[in-house]
Design a protein around this ligand. Structure first.
Ligand code: WTA
Length: 679
């Protein structure tokens, strides 16, 4: 058993869940037929990669098209790394041009469905033309190699075109999730000093329209670096120009007008392998979101390889990754990984329960989806909605299922396997992060015997270990997850703050700057399988999305009524974790349901609806240690309704008792992750 002092302060996983995981002993070997036809059929790839991981990655890099070969495979000066230095490459060439030279020329690259039911299919040739036109459009607006372009869009084909166009001319993109607030957008644009913003007049979500351009206008009121805004008309004629997009002369341009005049030929920039490909912001424990920096060559090698092996991708597959492009999953497995492999990808704009709760299954049936990659939070919602929804549709084309974003509970895993996979499809539970760029721990579907709830073992080319707080490796039991060797798609730094990069990821174990600390706790069983338990820091995982408690607290205390705020996670049936906010009010303000509601809206406005606390609890005081630190552990216990833990370090033990009595208002209204976007 794991020594309790290193079982992380894990808000989500209760002891009973850990116990349940330990007794989970069902095993599912790959179906024979799957194994026979798989890209990887046996463990030789693991062995080869273990003997020489650089040679493994080099052989994978050789599968891509380079203008110039690299001189060195990997330069590791812990904690900084470079891959394929000297190599010159362009991502759009590998994702698009490469395929139009082959029989894939007229193959569907993107099969898109809008929420209202509109549909478009783009072939690789279409992408080839559109990406170059968009690249020329950006050039005309003054975007140069090395510049940053912000993208704030609904999930429509133009978002992939815009990303690929950036890569064509060597500009880094910073995609900001369309559900984020104007303030969040503003902070991200300013941090990266973006010159151009690409957005849309609106996007559909559950029948409503998210007014993206209006949000963008509010954001860029204080974004001095933005010179131009390009606006995609989401559905010509549907919204009326006035309501959703008032265009500022000289600064704002309609996408379709500029694209009309743009030339369809744009020479690709020859990028250095280590040039920045994109920045993607993610929550950290303290302060503002971190701009995770990914570079060109290594990232592409990482996502191309893992897409091919983990999803066993073949030319006739129809691959659907349901993530929004605002998250890393959308970057790596909706756009870059599948397109680099020449796959047919499904892209869907809207909510899974619009207009009915079978929308996903309708899409799978209609397009003959063969590989589905989604999140446990969605799977739990589907379970709750009932088996009748998937049962209405022919899902027999599916041959592989994937899961990502948070631990999947064995019950949801079994349901997914049975009701969606018809007990026929292997499940790949993929552990990774924004920072890792690509999947790190996952089964290979033709090789690995899976266990419900376990992400199994590191993929070929990746190395992990469990390490305790003192730096000792734990072979069997619980500990902190560490990645022990560099990998090509790892983050290179945090934009504008390399010290934060060093401090956040490489200082967990003293004197070991070669050990990457992802911030997760895990268990390892006798077979060497990893069971990820979740975050050990103050980052929460709400519906598969990372939210820093600090960010939410800072937003709350900006409200005039709030004196002090502490935000913790509690278990949530669907979302995995939910946010519980403890708030003390300033003199002159009275706690009330209305104020609770107001505070929730206030956070939604400051950060975005995904960060809206589920519960707002008012208290006269917050429990603190003698040194003044808020004791979150106790607040978690209260939020979960558990017996209180150790209170001996508390400055004033009476506070907790009083706190429990004084929780005057509890606001419970937020029930589904799917509400999160449109508000
Ligand atoms: C969690 C999403 C358990 C984990 C790709 C990680 C998981 C964080 C899994 C990264 C999984 C992701 N099992 N936990 N299969 N996948 N996580 O950056 O805590 O949005 O550190 O990347 O999600 O979230 P991020």
């Amino acid at each position: 058993m794991a020594p309790s002092n290193i079982v992380p302060r894990k808000p989500m996983t209760t002891m009973t869940e850990i116990d349940a995981l330990l007794t989970e002993n069902r095993k599912f070997p790959p179906p024979d037929e799957f194994r026979r036809n798989a890209h990887v059929k046996d463990t030789s790839l693991y062995k080869a990669a273990e003997e020489n991981s650089e040679a493994f990655w080099e052989s994978q890099a050789n599968e891509l098209e380079w203008f110039e070969k690299w001189k060195t495979v990997c330069e590791w000066n812990p904690p900084h790394v470079k891959w394929f230095t000297g190599g010159k490459i362009n991502v759009s060439v590998n994702c698009v041009d490469r395929h139009v030279k082959t029989a894939r020329r007229n193959k569907a690259a993107l099969i898109w469905e809008g929420e209202p039911g509109d549909r478009r299919t783009l072939t690789y040739w279409d992408l080839y033309v559109e990406v170059q036109k968009c690249a020329n459009m950006l050039k005309k607006l003054g975007v140069k190699r090395g510049d940053r372009v912000a993208i704030y869009m609904p999930l429509i084909p133009e978002v992939a075109i815009a990303m690929l166009a950036c890569t064509r001319i060597g500009a880094a993109h910073s995609v900001v999730f369309g559900g984020f607030s104007p303030e969040s957008l503003r902070d991200r644009i300013n941090d990266a000093e973006c010159r151009v913003l690409i957005t849309a007049d609106g996007g559909y979500r559950r029948g409503g329209v998210i007014p993206l351009k209006r949000n963008a206008d509010r954001a860029i009121e204080s974004c001095p670096t933005i010179e131009h805004v390009v606006v995609v008309q989401r559905r010509p004629g549907a919204f009326g120009d006035e309501a959703f997009a008032s265009m500022t002369e000289g600064r704002d341009h309609w996408w379709h007008r500029l694209m009309q005049d743009a030339s369809p030929v744009c020479q690709p920039e020859q990028m250095d392998a280590e040039d920045v490909l994109y920045i993607l912001y993610t929550s950290g424990t303290t302060g503002k979101p971190k701009g995770i920096v990914h570079t060109t060559g290594g990232y592409l090698v990482g996502v191309t390889t893992t897409t091919k092996f983990v999803f066993d991708l073949k030319d006739d597959d129809v691959f659907w990754c349901t993530a929004d492009v605002g998250w890393v999953t959308g970057h790596s497995y909706l756009v870059y990984g599948p397109l680099a492999n020449g796959a047919t990808c499904v892209m869907y704009e809207g909510a899974p329960d619009w207009p009915e709760k079978d929308r996903f299954w309708q899409i799978c049936e209609r397009h003959g989806v063969t590989i589905l990659y989604t999140a446990p939070t969605a799977i739990r919602a589907f379970m709750k909605w009932g088996d009748q929804w998937p049962a209405k549709h022919d899902l027999s084309r599916l041959r592989l299922l994937g899961s990502v974003g948070e631990p999947i509970n064995p019950e949801a895993w079994m349901w997914y396997q049975e009701k969606i996979g018809g007990n026929r499809c292997p499940i790949v539970d993929t552990w990774w992060q924004t920072e890792t760029g690509a999947i790190v721990i996952s089964p290979l579907p033709g090789v690995t015997e899976t266990k419900p709830g376990s992400a199994t073992t590191p993929l070929p080319g990746f190395s992990a270990a469990l390490i305790d707080a003192s730096g000792k490796e734990i072979k069997v039991g619980g500990g902190l997850l560490a990645l022990t060797k560099p990998w090509p798609s790892m983050l290179r730094t945090i934009w504008g703050d390399d010290q934060r990069y060093v401090d956040t990821y490489f200082t967990k174990w003293e004197g070991r700057p070669d050990l990457y600390f992802p911030g997760d706790g895990a268990k390892r069983d006798d077979d060497g399988y990893y069971w990820i338990l979740g975050r050990v820091d103050d980052v929460l995982n709400v519906a598969g999305h990372r939210i820093g408690t600090m960010e939410v607290e800072s937003a709350l205390v900006e409200h005039p009524a709030v004196a002090e705020a502490a935000v913790v996670g509690r278990t949530h049936e669907l979302k995995g974790q939910a946010l519980a906010a403890f708030v003390t009010v300033r003199e002159g303000f009275e706690p009330s349901d209305d104020l609770g509601q107001e505070l929730r809206e206030f956070v939604a406005e400051k950060i975005g609806a995904i960060a809206k606390p589920d519960d707002v609890m008012f208290a006269a005081d917050l429990p603190k240690t003698r040194s003044g630190k808020i004791m979150r552990r106790l607040l978690r216990d209260i939020a979960e309704g558990r017996a209180l833990g150790d209170t001996t370090t508390l400055a004033d033990p009476n506070v907790v008792a009083a706190l429990k009595d004084q929780l005057v208002h509890k606001v419970f209204t937020f029930t589904s992750m799917f509400e999160a976007r449109e508000e």
